[in-house]
Design a protein around this ligand. Structure first.
Ligand code: ADP
Ligand code: MG
Ligand code: ZN
Length: 499
């Protein structure tokens, strides 16, 4: 509204000037440039950038008790924060104050939560920003934003009558990357320099004491200057949760949800190797949504199982694949599953042919325990399981399909791991210095041996393959137990499969 009136007035003045015989060209030029600059600045948010969105969310208090599976991180962090809580003792002993804590680890593991919990632990106001907010094309803008961030933290603390403020900078590698590396280095450097200046200026005897926390997944990209004493000299690792940790997080995120008797969070924790806290939160939420859709008052185990698929693979596809395609998928997945049961009885968790995200079907194994180290036998068994999908297609339908591309890539990576870790017939070698032909030959020997093994195994299980694929097509998803039940009837009850 105001804009229109202004425009009208300007236009009227211009017409008046033209009428009285004044040359208006330079005036028009200035007005246009001014308006352009104003428009540009407001739309890019240059003039009125503030950090308020984050401040709102800080109002919901988070404590360390809300963060599951990060006992070590919480302990290290709270030890560091105790320095701030006992500020008098620190001052008397002349200990250098803690200025910065760096949280490192993969996304979704609870770094932001920990920073918020740290703020409530030290009774500090919480102000957050992300590294990407400081990067603009225009020199000086980023540095100015850093200044304003520190300033607004102080002001906010004063307004709320608190003596501590915590500034959280997410994705700090974006603004704190090594200096002189990027093309528009001038801007990055100025922003980073400003951050260092602000941190160096922090003192204990200020009326508001500031602590800077930052999070990154790429500590290797950070400028070493950031990690020097008096800056981010405390580092806390926030890793993916292990099985116990996953269980703890699942408990946290289901505490406000009605669970059916049959729900086993232990089993879910075991089945969700590699899930982050954020994945697990989403899993609990999706399970509740599925229960609601199914008109169920409580969340049942099968809701959780379907939610695992959804979190892993994405939504169900609307498109129904053709019958022939589904049959192929069922046979392919059954091939994987049979091989998995052969190399390790009891290892199949579920088998599905419901199309989701990128996948048309899926065979999930339940890892017994979290494993970080593998033997050669284990790797070969995994290769066999990977190849079994295509072999089953070939044996039943007479040919393979492009559905196995991912399997092959994964099998190839496993074979490379065997060679790289010195477990192939070549012994300890560096693949870089291996003649290409020889490298290729060794890889295909490993893959070929496993393919032959899979062929002979699956041939003897033809009947079971048909039967399981048939049930799978009918039910869309079967549990590992169901699979083993069918399998135990073939070839003869109780007989172990040898191949
Ligand atoms: P990060 O900052 O490490 O990417 P966040 O702290 O933003 O992760 O976590 C995102 C969401 O995931 C949280 O709001 C919470 O719901 C869930 N979450 C992540 N880690 C945990 C955890 N350790 N315990 C409980 N919930 C978690
Ligand atoms: Mg985060
Ligand atoms: Zn496959």
């Amino acid at each position: 509204m105001l804009k229109e009136i202004c425009l009208g007035v300007i236009l009227a003045v211009l017409i008046f000037l033209v009428v009285v015989g004044y040359d208006v060209t330079p005036l028009i030029f200035f007005v246009a440039v001014g308006a352009g600059a104003y428009y540009f600045a407001t739309t890019r948010g240059l003039l009125n950038k503030n950090f308020s969105e984050h401040q709102v969310s800080a109002n919901q208090q988070i404590s360390f008790g809300d963060v599951g599976g990060q006992a070590t991180a919480i302990q290290e962090l709270s030890e560091a924060l105790d320095f701030i809580r006992n500020i008098n003792a620190i001052q008397e002993l002349g200990i250098r104050p803690l200025k910065g804590v760096l949280l490192t680890g993969p996304p979704g593991t609870g770094k932001t939560m920990l920073a918020k919990a740290a703020a409530s632990y030290t009774d500090a106001v919480f102000v957050a920003a992300s590294g990407s907010e400081f990067i603009e094309m225009y020199a000086g803008v980023g540095a100015q934003r850093v200044r304003r961030l520190f300033q607004s933290a102080r002001e906010k603390a004063l307004k709320q009558g608190k003596s501590n403020a915590l500034i959280f900078i997410d994705e700090i590698e974006i603004l704190g990357g090594r200096r002189g590396r990027t093309t528009s280095h001038l801007e990055y450097d100025q922003t980073l320099n400003q951050l260092l200046v602000e941190m160096d200026g922090l003192r204990v005897d200020e009326n508001v004491r500031l602590l800077v926390m930052a999070a990154t997944n790429r500590i290797d990209m950070l400028d070493p200057a950031l990690l020097r004493p008096g800056r981010f000299d405390r580092q806390v690792r926030v890793d993916l949760p292990d099985k116990e940790g996953r269980l703890e997080i699942l408990k946290l995120h289901t505490r406000n949800k009605p669970l059916a008797e049959d729900v086993s969070l232990e089993a879910l924790a075991r089945d969700t190797f590699g899930f982050s806290g954020a994945h697990l939160e989403s899993l609990a939420n999706e399970a509740a949504i599925l229960a609601m859709r199914g008109n169920s008052k409580v969340i049942e185990q099968h809701h959780f199982q379907e939610a695992v698929d959804k979190v892993l693979l994405g939504d169900r596809l609307e498109r129904r694949p053709m019958r022939a395609e589904l049959e192929r998928v069922a046979i392919h997945e059954t091939g994987h599953a049979l091989m998995s049961e052969i190399v390790k009885p009891g290892s199949v968790s579920t088998l599905t042919v419901a199309p989701r995200g990128q996948a048309l079907g899926y065979m999930r194994q339940s890892p017994e325990d979290d494993t970080y180290m593998f033997t050669r036998n284990y790797l070969e068994d995994q290769i066999a399981i990977m190849l079994a999908g295509a072999v089953a297609e070939e044996q039943v339908l007479g040919n393979k399909s492009t559905g196995a591309v991912n399997d092959y890539q994964q099998a190839m990576r496993l074979a490379e791991k065997i060679v790289d870790s010195g477990m192939s017939r070549l012994g300890v070698v560096s693949s870089e210095h291996l003649p290409g032909g020889l490298h290729y030959r060794v890889l295909s020997e490993i893959l070929g041996a496993q393919e032959a093994r899979v062929r002979s195994c699956l041939i003897s299980l033809r009947a079971a393959l048909y039967r399981i694929a048939e049930v799978l097509l009918e039910q869309e998803r079967i549990s590992g137990d169901k699979l083993r039940e069918i399998l135990s009837g073939v070839p003869a009850p109780g007989q172990r499969i040898y191949c």
